[in-house]
Every structure is written in structure tokens, then in C-alpha cells.
Design a protein around this ligand. Sequence first.
Ligand code: PMP
Ligand code: GLN
Length: 447
Amino acid sequence: MGITRKLATKLISYQSSIRHQHKKVIMSRRLHARRTDGVDKNIWVEFTQLAADYKAVNLGQGFPDFSPPKFLQDAFCEAVSGGPQMHQYTRAFGHPPLVKNLAKFFSRIVGHEIDPLEDVLVTVGAYQALFCAFQALIDEGDEVIIVEPFFDCYQPMVKMVGGKAVYVPLRPKVEGSTVLSSGDWVLSAEELASKFTPRTKAIVINTPNNPLGKVYKTEELQMIADLCIKHDALCISDEVYEWLTYDGNKHVKIASLPGMWERTITIGSAGKTFSATGWKIGWTISSEQNIKRLKAMHQMSVFDCATTVQEAIARGFEREYELFGTPESYFQQLPALLHQKRNKLASCLESVGLQPIMPEGGYFLIADISSVKVDFNDSMSAGDEPYDFRFVKWLTKEKGLATIPVSAFYSPEHRQEFDKYIRFCFIKEDSTLDAAEDILRKLSQRQ
Ligand code: PMP
Ligand code: GLN
């Protein structure tokens, strides 16, 4: 017995020394790729988990808490029972009916005959479209101009290909009065021009913008287009919220401006278009030369997207093509519904002293939190975390309302300057918005 115990102790100590040596080998040979350094933290992972842990009323991550339209659900059910081929691989670069319908639909809007087989690539959401675009078009050392505030994944995606992100901010116009609309946040033409260098490969724009809700006007897009043409640069245009505009603002595609078709990569999302974020289908539309490169990335990573979901979305676009511009079109109905929800949330925020910036588009709204006085307890004051991160954690944990800190949409250099806003998502049932309203009213009463 004594001998056995001695042997066991020896064995444990031997195993532990092997483990230790193994760890040392890993550390010394760095058995991982540098491109993953510093891109491990992710606000969606962190704040979505926090909202779930605290069972908070969730106006954080952007997704509807209602179902997609019935015609889309029906199309999906029909696709599922549509025969064996619906359950097998389809064409790598996009299910034929979907690329055909996307090309037909968007040719009318861009004013350019889009070739379904050469100019379109279907991806796993707009995320993979962005990833393929950066991987396929940006080389090490290339500069990519990113307009702040920006959807957070642009920066790490540029970093992962060895590119250099160069930031240019949208700034609030400061003509005396308080800024109340996302339209008051503008790009300075001089400042933007000064960011272009011989190394500039691309600019990334997002209209309607997440998180601000800015919808770029034709003149602003023309100014960006002129610089792209002058400096022979690409424009990666993230247009996932293209149908969601309010108060007469119109979404304009930069690809439709003269000379921009060849140099624009337009990105869309079925998740945002049809209120089905979990379906994870997106697309890129561009000239054949660009799409050829993106196809290479796609076939070497994902190869193929889910067939049934693509079939259903193809039918959704077919319906929208027929109904385009009529009151039955979902692309008319969804913004009309969201317009009411935006106003409902904005007037609640205003009444409790959280000054909203009225979004012209998209389904997010940012509001100024500087009027709320909070004494964070120790668990909320993690080191040098920006103020809005601590505020959002406090609001989620202590008050049961989940939102997203706006400084997450800024570069590390500019984060501290924009840490007094938080983002609310308003594509939610009225009952969810009511629950949020109750929490906000109590918050204002305690001031
Ligand atoms: N771009 C923007 C601006 C977004 O807000 C999102 C959020 N989903 C995406 C891209 C990614 O879209 P998808 O869910 O289709 O991958
Ligand atoms: N686009 C959504 C948002 O901004 C979701 C992002 C995500 O989950 N990665 O909230």
C-alpha cells in the first residue's frame, strides 16, 4: 500500500513536470499566429452574455425580438419540403435563384446591369462578406480609412491582414444649438482628403451607420467618390440597413455614382433586410474583377452557404421585386414600423433627460448619459475601462437594462473622447420598449 502511494506521488509529480515543460515549449515557440493577437475581446460576446446572465431587458445587441414576415417563414417551410436537392450543397458562390434575384433587384437600383454569376457573392452574413473583402483586397502595409464611429469589426479585420487603419471622425456640427440629429454629424472634406496617401487602398463607409444612424447624403457620397477616384482607392460600402430610413431620408448607393461601380464593394445582409439575423446570409456586389478575388477567399474558407435559407431569401426578393414601391412591400412596412418605435424610445429618453441623437436610419439610437450621476461600486470600476463601459455594466447589473457602450465603435486613440453615449436598439416589441421605459423612468426619479 505504502509502495503504491509512493509510486502514485512520483507519477503525479512526473506528469506535472511534463506539463510544465510542455507549457514552456508552447510559450517559447509561440504556437499560435500573431494575427490573432489583440483581437480576442469582443463587445458582442461580452455584453450579450452579460444581458443573459442578468436577465436584463435587452436593447443591446441588434436583433428583432419578433419573427420575420410570414411570407419569408412560408418560403422557408416550402424550401425545407422542396425535395432532396434543397438539403444538399448548392453553388459555392451563391444559390442560383438567389444570385439571379439579387442581381435583378439591385440592377434596377444601382442603374448597372449586374451579372448574377460574375458580380455577386453570397456569404455567411455581412460579417463574412466584410472578412472576404479585407482578406481578398488588402495587402500588408496598405492603409484603410475608417469613418468613426464604425461597426466594431472593421478595425480587427484590417489588422488581421496586416493593414493599417487610418481614422477620420464624423463630427457634430457645433453651430450654437445642441446636436439632435445624426444628420448633424458630418465628415470634413479637408480632413478626409488629408487622410489619403499613396498607400491608401480603401475607405470603409457604413450607411445607414451603426451606431449613429447617419444616412449619407448624395453630396457627401460624391465627395468620398471623388477622393476614391482621384487616389485610385476602393470603397467598401456596408449597407446592411439600406431599407431602414426615416423622415424622408433616402439611402443612396455609392456604387451608383459615376465611376464608382468598378471600385465599390457593396455589402448587404438578409438578416437585417428581412428581420432574420439568425439566418446569417449576406452578399457582396461589385465588378467581376473584385468579386473574383472575394470568391477565392470564400471557396477557401466557407465554400458554400445553407441551401434552404438561400432559397427562402431568393423568394423573398422575388416578392419584393414585384411589390417594390407599394404599401405591401416589406421594405416599406418595416421602416414604417420602426419609425414609430424610434419615436417612442426617443421621447422616453428625452423625458428622462437622456438626450437622444435622432437617427435618420438603421435601428439604433445613441443617447447622452452625462446627466445621470452614478456612484459605481467596486465591481463596476474595472481599471481604466471607459466610462460608458462601466455605465452599461451598472445599468445591466443593477437596473436590469442592457445597452451597448458607444466608445466601442471608436479607435483606441479616440475612445476616451466619446465615452458619454450609450446605444439602444429599438427593433423590439412595444412591450420590450415599455419595460425599458419603466426602468428609465425609475432611474430619472432617483436623481
Ligand atoms: N455591418 C453592420 C453595420 C452591422 O450592424 C452588422 C450587424 N449584424 C453586420 C455588418 C453584420 O451583419 P450579419 O449579421 O449579416 O453578419
Ligand atoms: N450588428 C448587430 C449590432 O450592432 C449585432 C452585432 C453582433 O452580434 N456581432 O448590434
